[in-house]
Write a protein that binds this ligand. Sequence first.
Ligand code: SAH
Length: 265
Amino acid sequence: MEKHLSRPGKLWLVGAGPGDPDLLTLRAARLLAAADVVVHDGLVGEGVLALIPPHVERISVAKQRNRHTMKQDLINALIVRETLAGKQVVRLKGGDPFIFGRGGEELDAARVAGIAVEVVPGITAAAGCAAQAGLPLTHREDASAVSFVAGQCRDLTDQDWSGLAGHGRTLVIYMGLATASAIADKLIADGVSPGLPVAVVERGTTAEARVLRTLLTDLGDLVVREKVASPALIIVGKVAARADALDCLGAPGIAASLKDIACES
Ligand code: SAH
């Protein structure tokens, strides 16, 4: 195509934010309008995809019924090939490209291939979901440290959980639905209080968002009881008591009042 021969290709690794298209950056919106091709994952919401003009080619690397998510090396090869063909390529990823988004691997692949590449940050799920829930991830009285952890590790012992949650700390778990119960058990075994508040945000920042709250000891049960679906984020720490959430405590025996916890500070 003439147009592509006249200028070199370039790749942008762009964060699409947590779902609500209004949370896209102005730069991301501008790039979507000017791209030749947008390569996106399944996590990118319909509202954001709707901003891509009809003439722009779209390639989904999302999970489909008859195939798993495209392997990362194939995605790397795809975005490099499209850029080397002289196209303006937007690689659109949910949240921020560098928070559990494999953006680092794509950046490496672009550098190895010697193509021009730029990273555009996005609002990561932790920031978007917490803001929606009115839940301050840090708070002068409750938490002066916050950790983002991937919960999907096959073997939870891969991750050193000690010190990630508890006094003065907020723990945000991405991709932790399947392992929620095991993570809660591990934290409690490592000395974290079973009565620590936990908020679960499902489809944060979208019209279907749900914010549920319980105590750490009930986390695994809550996920099953409320049929929490992906994408969801788990936030563990005293700040969760401040969230604008639906209290979903399980057995009455564990119902140490979350209001009391919130008022202690
Ligand atoms: N790069 C993304 C994270 C990708 S990992 C970011 O910065 O947000 C995918 C995980 O992110 C999901 O399993 C879920 O834990 C979390 N997530 C992404 N979008 C979410 C949303 N709208 N609501 C709740 N959790 C979300």
